[in-house]
Design a protein around this ligand. Structure first.
Ligand SMILES: Nc1ncnc2c1ncn2[C@@H]1O[C@H](COP(=O)(O)OP(=O)(O)OP(=O)(O)O)[C@@H](O)[C@H]1O
Length: 608
């Protein structure tokens, strides 16, 4: 089955399929390989030397023993019936094999630790780097595709780091050693036996390439299945609410069957390889026996050499077949590492200057000075925005969906930099300031509050990890969350699973207020939650809000008139431009867009 076939079997599943992560392997590239090897460098003085010594010991034993058997045991001890020599040789060979066993165990242990450490380091570096990247990086990618890189791509390097690199070295040296010895023992016999090598190489390369392709398909299918599962579980509530379980199951069955089919094919093809290597071995042995015995009879070689030769020939196919496997690993590693390095080379758009200053005692005045911004080159999200927000003021941003409200909030937190113009806080251009000192002074409360898995206590403490339990409880009391928290099974220690599904929308909102209050920011950005909250909860939230806003600069993306009315300044946006601004009374008397908005809300209430 070709790549294309495998991918299009379930065409309805295109959405679970990340084009970025398609290439499963890439041609070998030295520059990339050198970069990969850098990850082993920290262990070049600790784990690597031990593994190399162990590898050499084991190689030496495996090369010496067959020679000892041929030259000493057969040609001297047996031929001369020297029992003493025979006994000491048996003991010596026994010891050598024991040394080989110890060296192998030691090598495997060290190489495993080496592989795991490098993978651990790489994943750590990748995660902390990705975490620092700017919002625009995440805008362009699905969470699934980022997940695939941090998990699957890094995993696929593990095999290379654990066994691949050391085995590669060992197999190349071993093969070289065997060929030299075979020719030294009998060049005639070596030539005769190795005649099948090019044929075997040709067939095995073809076979391997074919097998590799089928495994590529398996990986693509697995990646799709992961993505589908991820989306299905995350979106289970929507699926159930639209009664789409049956369709969803059909989707899953589709991917599952594709996965089964490709895996079955891959297994079937892989099963040819082992017997093929054995077959080559058998052909080699037949040539060895027929031609070798002829050479013994006419006295060209001795029996001892013949026996050693047979031993080495038996050892010859193993490194050859393993080298093919390592080559595959290398190609897969090339594709994975290219994607990993692409992430690592990605620089945050929002950069911090080397001499960036910190805010000390931020007051919280905000200024937009002729700010223009676009997410994409072809669409401007904010046009020439100029506004002044005094420290401690509450400003409501009002406007139709897509008018640019969240964009303004994003620029204040410096999740993006303006394309033109300057955003200032306390008179400082944000681009001159340290990001942590800016964001430590800002709390963002989003409409869809993100609750992390952990206890209620941990979740409130998120913005200020050093806060004491008493401080957490106090902030929950201030925003009126204390009562509902006490009603939960374990109070503040109740475990809320990822996204806080056990809490109601209003409770989640109160929790996020407590979180914001505890962080004690100078600037608060609130994306107002609306629809899901009943009147009683809304009143509670309004009360909580008052406490939260007290003494801070607040930017509210407001939908409810009750909130907007209280704001010191209301900014009405349309298509990224400021249409009008002023307080409620001023804007009502102006009878513009805002007036229309208020009127339509009242009309709606009348209808109700
Ligand atoms: N990450 C993004 N990448 C590209 N375009 C974006 C992105 N976020 C928003 N936009 C676009 O920028 C414009 C302003 O969006 P913004 O989110 O600021 O609107 P909003 O007023 O907050 O809308 P809403 O009330 O629906 O939240 C819209 O046209 C939107 O499509």
């Amino acid at each position: 089955m070709s790549n294309k076939e495998a991918v299009t079997t379930s065409t309805h599943l295109k959405r679970f399929y990340y084009p970025l992560d398609r290439a499963v392997e890439k041609p070998f590239n030295w520059r990339q390989m050198t970069r990969l090897l850098q990850y082993i460098k920290p262990y070049s003085k600790t784990l690597l030397p031990g593994a190399m010594v162990a590898m050499f010991v084991s190689m030496l034993v495996r090369l010496i023993v067959p020679i000892m058997i041929g030259q000493v045991v057969i040609e001297r001890a047996i031929r001369n019936e020297d029992r003493n020599l025979l006994t000491s040789m048996v003991v010596l060979i026994g010891f050598l094999y024991l040394a080989n066993y110890i060296a192998n165990r030691y090598r495997i242990k060290l190489v495993n630790i080496l592989g795991q450490r490098t993978i651990h380091d790489l994943r750590k570096q990748l995660f902390s780097h990705v975490q620092r990247l700017s919002h625009n990086f995440f805008d362009k990618r699905s969470a699934g595709s980022i997940l695939v890189r941090i998990l699957n791509d890094v995993n696929s390097l593990q095999e290379l780091f654990t066994n691949g690199i050391i085995n590669l070295l060992m197999d190349i040296l071993m093969l070289l050693g065997i060929v030299i010895i075979l020719f030294a023992l009998s060049s005639q016999l070596a030539l005769a036996v190795l005649v099948i090598l090019p044929i075997m190489f040709y067939i095995s390369t073809k076979l391997r390439r074919n097998i590799r392709k089928t495994w590529q398909n398996v990986r693509i299918q697995k990646s799709r299945m992961n993505s589908h599962l991820n989306e299905s579980i995350q979106g289970i509530r929507i699926t159930q609410s639209f009664s789409q379980e049956k369709e969803n199951t059909e989707f899953f069955n589709g991917v599952n069957s594709d996965n089964f089919e490709t895996e079955r094919l891959a297994m079937k093809k892989s099963a040819y390889f082992g017997p093929f290597v054995e077959m080559s071995n058998a052909v080699g042995t037949v040539i060895l026996i027929s031609y070798g015995s002829h050479l013994i009879i006419n006295g060209t070689i001795q029996i001892g050499d013949f026996v050693s030769f047979a031993f080495f020939l038996g050892m010859f196919w193993e490194p050859i077949s393993r080298l093919g496997q390592i080559y595959n690993q290398l190609l897969v590693a090339m594709a994975s590492s290219e994607r990993i390095f692409e992430f690592l080379d990605e620089q945050p758009n929002v950069e911090e200057k080397a001499d960036a200053k910190s805010f000390t005692d931020m007051k919280g005045s905000i200024e937009f000075d002729h700010v223009e911004f676009s997410y994409d080159e072809d669409r401007i999200a904010l046009h020439e925005i100029s506004l002044n927000i005094k420290a401690g003021q509450t400003v409501a941003l009002v406007g139709h969906t897509g008018s640019g409200k969240s964009t303004i909030a994003n620029l204040i937190s410096r999740f993006y930099d303006p394309t033109k113009g300057v955003v200032r806080i306390d008179g400082h251009d944000l681009r001159d300031m340290r990001l942590d000192s800016l964001r430590n002074n800002i709390s963002v409360v989003l409409q869809d509050t993100f609750i992390f898995s952990g206890s209620i206590m941990d979740n409130i403490r998120f913005g200020r990890p050093e806060a004491t339990d008493e401080e957490v409880i106090e902030s929950a009391k201030v925003v009126g969350a204390h009562d509902f928290i006490l009603r939960l099974a374990d109070g503040y220690h109740t475990e809320v699973e990822e996204r806080g599904n056990i809490l109601s929308a209003g409770e989640r909102q109160l929790l996020s207020f407590a979180r914001a209050l505890l962080a004690d920011p100078r600037i608060l950005i609130l994306d107002e939650a609306t629809a899901s909250i009943d009147t009683e909860a809304e009143m509670k939230i309004q009360k909580a809000l008052k406490k939260l806003l007290h003494g801070r600069t607040a930017i509210m993306i407001a939908h409810r008139l009750s909130t907007i009315r209280e704001a010191d300044n209301i900014i009405v946006l349309e298509n990224g431009k400021i249409l009008e601004q002023g307080n409620h009374d001023e804007l009502i008397s102006y009878r513009g867009e805002y007036y229309g908005l208020v009127k339509s809300q009242f009309e709606m209430l009348d209808v109700l």
